[in-house]
Structures are given as C-alpha cells and as structure tokens.
Design a protein. Structure first.
Length: 165
C-alpha cells in the first residue's frame, strides 16, 4: 500500500476522525496519465481553495473506457493506476488519492461530500456529470481556468510524430 492512497472506507474514516484536518475538503478527479505542468498548476490552484485536496483517480479500466483505442495511438493509460497514484501522492498539493473504477466520480463525491468540487475550465456546469450531485448536498463547484493548454493526448501525438520524422 502506498501512503496517501485510500479506499473509500478508509478515507471516510480518516475524515470522520479528524474533520478539522480535512475540511474544507477539495475534491477533483481525472486520469492524470503522463503528468505535465498543466496538471501541477491545476492541482496547486485546487489545493488553495481548501484545507485538503483529495484526487479521485480513474482506474486503468475506466481510463480504457473513457479514452478508447484509436488507430496509431498506444492503449491508454500509458502509466498503470498504481504508479499514477504514487506520482500524485508525491505532489505537495495532494493530501489523498482514491482510485475509482467508474467513468465518473459521482459515487465518491456522493459519499465524501467535498465542500468544493474542482474541474478544469474546459467544462461547464451543464457538461460536468458530477455537478448535480455536488449541488444537491450544498457543495460548491469551482471551474479552474486552464493556464497552460496541454494534454496527455497532445504529448503522445507529438512523440509519435517525432518518431515518424
């Protein structure tokens, strides 16, 4: 087990035992495959909104569902879930990581009830599947503007293009 990686039950227990250590709790989620500076800046801003930052990490299986194989592209994720989780826990802004198998973080959000749910500014309340559950319990959704427009898919495409040249 990697320090900082929790199951849902473990995280709920930790928060219940020491709410002042965790709340206001900020939650975000994603694949975080091939970490880049856009991820780092996003996580830094997310952490600044509360006392603790929990990152929901899509499992390998859910990443494969969200980002299906495309011709000429490697199968995603590039980095296995346990390694992505370890990378995230090593980052200063991240207080906890929880790996989830669903394609959305809705069940985890409903269970943890974070005070603030954060996603990138490329989403809107209308396109964010988790927004309704957050609003239903009185949480706040914060959409963070993307400072450095970069993506893992873009990085992979550049690597593949370099190999062809």
């Amino acid at each position: 087990m990697i320090s900082g990686v929790y199951t849902l039950a473990q995280l709920q227990e930790a928060i219940a035992k020491a709410p002042n250590q965790w709340r206001p709790l900020v939650f975000t989620n994603g694949c975080f495959d091939l970490l880049h500076v856009g991820h780092i800046r996003y996580l830094q801003v997310a952490k600044s909104l509360g006392r603790s930052l929990v990152v929901g990490l899509n499992s390998d299986r859910s990443v494969q569902t969200i980002k299906p194989n495309r011709p000429g592209m490697p199968q995603r994720p590039i980095i296995p879930e346990i390694q992505r989780a370890e990378l995230l826990t090593a980052l200063k802004p991240v207080d906890a990581v929880i790996i989830f198998a669903q394609t959305t973080a809705t069940p985890i959000i409903a269970a943890l009830k974070p005070d603030i749910y954060v996603k990138g500014g490329d989403y809107s309340l209308e396109t964010l599947p988790e927004a309704t559950v957050v609003q239903a319990y009185g949480g706040h959704v914060e959409l963070i503007q993307i400072e450095i427009p970069t993506s893992t898919t873009g990085i992979i495409n550049r690597i593949l293009q370099t190999q062809e040249d």
